[in-house]
Design a protein around this ligand. Structure first.
Ligand code: PMP
Length: 349
C-alpha cells in the first residue's frame, strides 16, 4: 500500500473506492458509467449529493449547491461573470498561481481586476494583509488554501462587499461559516471526490443580478433553475463524491476531519521544526494544514532522502516546480499513520 501525499487528484477512503468499484459493475442492474443522467436513480444521487454538501457544511437557507464541470479554472471565470455588478471591478487577494489565474480570468470576463494585496514580493510564502477595500468594487475574491506554496488563510477576510472564495484545496477539511460567502467554488478532486465535478455553493440572492451578458453554461442562475442538470453532469464524479460525503458524515463530519487534519499537520510541522535537516518554506503563522511545503537545509542529502522516501512507499512528495523542495499534501483520507511513516523516514536521514 502506498502513502499518497499527492497534491490532487487525491486519495479517498478505501471503503469509498470499493463502493465506487462495485457500482461500475452494478448500479441497479446497469453500470454507473452507462446510466442515464435523467434516470430516476441518478437524479436521486444528484439530489442526495447536493443535500449532503449542505449537511456536511451546515449550509444555511438561501444557498444553492451545484455540481458543474470545468474545474476551478472555469470557476475563476464563472465567479467573475456571476458577481459582476454595476462597477465591473473586482478586488482580488493575490496569494499565488491560482489567485493570479483568477485575476486573469476576471479580466477575461471584461472586468477590471484590482489586486488589493499580494505576497508576490516573497514568492507568495505568506498571506498578505489588506487595509481597506477601495470604493466602487463589486466583490472580493480570495483563495483559502494555496496548494502550491502551502499557505492558508486562518480566518475569513472581513469585508462588506460580496465575498467569493476558491476553496479547491481545503473545502471539507474543517468547519466553515458559509453564511459569510456569496460564492464558494472548488474542484472535487481534493477532499470531495474524483476529478470531473466542480462544486459551487452560491447565495441565491446574487443569482441573475450580473451586469454582464453571461454565456449559458457560465450562468449559475441557469444551473440553479435546472437543479444542476442543465446539461449532462459528470455522473461518476458526482456519484463518488456522494459516497465520500456519506462516509464523511458517518465519521464525524468536518469537525472530525478538522481534528484529524490538525493532528497530522502538528506531527509533520513538529518534525520539520525540530529536525535540523529540514526547514519549512512558508511563514509559520500562515502554514497550510493541507499542503505542507519544506526543503532540505543541506542539498547534498537530496539523493539519500529521495531514495529513503521512495523506498518507503511514499509517493507525490516532490514540490511543485515553481517552489522546489518537497510538498506533503495531507487531504482528509490520508491517515495519521502515513504521516508517521514520513516522519520516521525524515528522522532516519
Ligand atoms: N485553485 C486551487 C486552489 C487549486 O489547487 C487548483 C488545482 N490544483 C485550481 C484552482 C485549478 O483547479 P482545476 O484543475 O480544477 O481547474
Amino acid at each position: 500500500m502506498k502513502h499518497n501525499f499527492g497534491a490532487g487528484p487525491c486519495i479517498l477512503p478505501q471503503e469509498v473506492f470499493k463502493e465506487a468499484a462495485a457500482a461500475v459493475l452494478d448500479f441497479n442492474g446497469l453500470s454507473i458509467l452507462e446510466v442515464s443522467h435523467r434516470s430516476a436513480d441518478f437524479v436521486k444521487v444528484m439530489e442526495e449529493a447536493r443535500e449532503n454538501v449542505k449537511k456536511a457544511l451546515n449550509v444555511p437557507e438561501g444557498y444553492t449547491v451545484l455540481f458543474l464541470q470545468g474545474g476551478a479554472s472555469l470557476g475563476f471565470l464563472i465567479a467573475a461573470y456571476n458577481l459582476a455588478g454595476e462597477h465591473k471591478r473586482g478586488a482580488y487577494i493575490n496569494t499565488g498561481t491560482w489567485a493570479t489565474n483568477a485575476i486573469k480570468e476576471g479580466v477575461n470576463a471584461g472586468l477590471e481586476a484590482v489586486s488589493i494585496a499580494s505576497s508576490e514580493d516573497k514568492g507568495f510564502n505568506y498571506i498578505p494583509e489588506f487595509d481597506e477595500i477601495p470604493e466602487d468594487i463589486d466583490f472580493l475574491h480570495y483563495t483559502s488554501n494555496n496548494t502550491i506554496v502551502g499557505t492558508q488563510f486562518k480566518s475569513i477576510p472581513e469585508t462588506n462587499v460580496p465575498l467569493i472564495c476558491d476553496m479547491s484545496s481545503d473545502i471539507f477539511s474543517q468547519p466553515i461559516d458559509v453564511s459569510k460567502f456569496d460564492l464558494i467554488y472548488a474542484g472535487a478532486q481534493k477532499n470531495l471526490g474524483p476529478a470531473g465535478a466542480t462544486l459551487y455553493i452560491v447565495k441565491d440572492s446574487i443569482l441573475g443580478k450580473s451586469s454582464l451578458n453571461i454565456p449559458s453554461y457560465l450562468d449559475l442562475a441557469i444551473h440553479a433553475k435546472k437543479d444542476s442538470m442543465f446539461n449532462t453532469p459528470p455522473v461518476f464524479s458526482v456519484f463518488v463524491s456522494n459516497l465520500n460525503l456519506k462516509h464523511m458524515l458517518k465519521n464525524g463530519g468536518v469537525e472530525e476531519m478538522g481534528r484529524k487534519n490538525k493532528a497530522k499537520a502538528d506531527l509533520l510541522y513538529g518534525e520539520i521544526d525540530s529536525n535540523p535537516n529540514f526547514e519549512g518554506t512558508t511563514e509559520v503563522k500562515d502554514r497550510s494544514l493541507m499542503n505542507v511545503t519544506f526543503r532540505l537545509t543541506d542539498d547534498s542529502k537530496k539523493e539519500r532522502f529521495d531514495k529513503l522516501w521512495n523506498d518507503g512507499n511514499i509517493i507525490g512528495l516532490k514540490g511543485h516546480r515553481s517552489v522546489g523542495g518537497y510538498r506533503a499534501s495531507m487531504y482528509n483520507a490520508l491517515e495519521l499513520k502515513s504521516v508517521q511513516a514520513l516522519v520516521d523516514i525524515m528522522k532516519s536521514l
